[in-house]
Design a protein around this ligand. Structure first.
Ligand SMILES: [Zn+2]
Length: 286
């Protein structure tokens, strides 16, 4: 149930500097906005596997080397607006390809889209406005005038499963699909520790205090550039008071009476599975 198991993790070796010579074809993660160009097979999708992206005859910009997956070089490229997909190919949003592309490649696509998006949105120095230069040896851009360095942007967010005896806290935001509930999550603010962010978020959203905050695991969340840092915590006091700016509903649930669950793609789902296992319940249906 782990996001990327160790075996998968070892299959990808990240790098910034492309190999000087390459005989085999490479995997191409080409994005039109945040949509990935893929070969459309019946149930699954495939990535373009080509010596050079230009073989597809599409214009592209900003070629970024990502590293090697199973020994194959991987690149991310940005396609200009309006680029039509070649026959048999199409553009798909990342959430729509989850489960249709090998899981390890799905997360690699999440990495690729963040690098392309960073490249697109960091063209000029935020301090003095001149065009930035890409640093060849690292994932960074440098201002040729003032020397300011710009790195890919990440927004850390905490996500926490709060337990009270045999119950867990679940809530729904008005942005969720009908009937779906999840555990609480929110962005970390400047100057906060992760534990402080957990305490603040839970208190802000439902007015309860928590204790025994324990690290659970993390997950990149490329929508558009978050890192979800998962925790478990114990109820420490207070009654649920829903912050309606953020939530539509919230409540305590036992393992045998859970509301609609978040998708398999999310660490929220893994947290709930962890809770179910602890309660001696089998995991959720897929
Ligand atoms: Zn500058």
């Amino acid at each position: 149930m782990a996001r990327i198991d160790m075996e998968d993790r070892n299959r990808f070796v990240p790098a910034v500097v492309p190999p000087a010579e390459r005989e085999e074809a490479a995997l191409w993660f080409a994005f039109l906005g945040n949509q990935l160009l893929v070969h459309l097979d019946s149930d699954s999708v495939r990535l373009p596997y080509l010596g050079d992206f230009s073989e597809l005859g599409l214009p592209h910009q900003g070629q970024h080397y990502l590293g090697q997956f199973d020994g194959h070089a991987c690149y991310a490229v940005d396609l200009p607006e309006g680029t039509a997909a070649p026959p048999g190919m199409g553009y798909e949003g990342l959430r729509r390809i989850y489960g249709r592309l090998e899981e390890a490649l799905f997360w690699l696509a999440g990495r690729a889209v963040q690098i392309v998006e960073w490249d697109r949105t960091h063209r000029f120095c935020g301090r003095c406005g001149v065009p930035l230069k890409t640093r060849p040896q690292e994932r960074a851009k440098e201002c040729p005038q003032c020397g300011f360095l710009h790195f890919p942007r990440l927004a850390p967010a905490v996500i926490v499963l709060v337990e009270r005896g045999n119950q867990l806290l679940m809530a729904r935001s008005r942005h969720f699909a009908q009937g779906v509930y999840s555990v609480l999550a929110g962005f970390v603010e400047p100057g906060e520790t992760l534990e402080e962010a957990v305490e603040r978020e839970v208190f802000e959203e439902v007015g309860i205090k928590v204790k025994d905050i324990r690290y659970f695991g993390s997950q990149p969340w490329p929508f558009p550039h978050s890192l979800m840092i998962g925790f478990t915590a114990q109820y420490a006091g207070g009654e649920i008071k829903i912050n309606h700016e953020e939530l539509e509903d919230a409540g305590w649930y036992t393992a045998d009476r859970l509301p609609g669950q978040p998708g398999k793609i999310s660490i929220a789902r893994r947290l709930v599975e962890w809770f179910l296992a602890k309660q001696g319940r089998s995991s959720l249906p897929s």
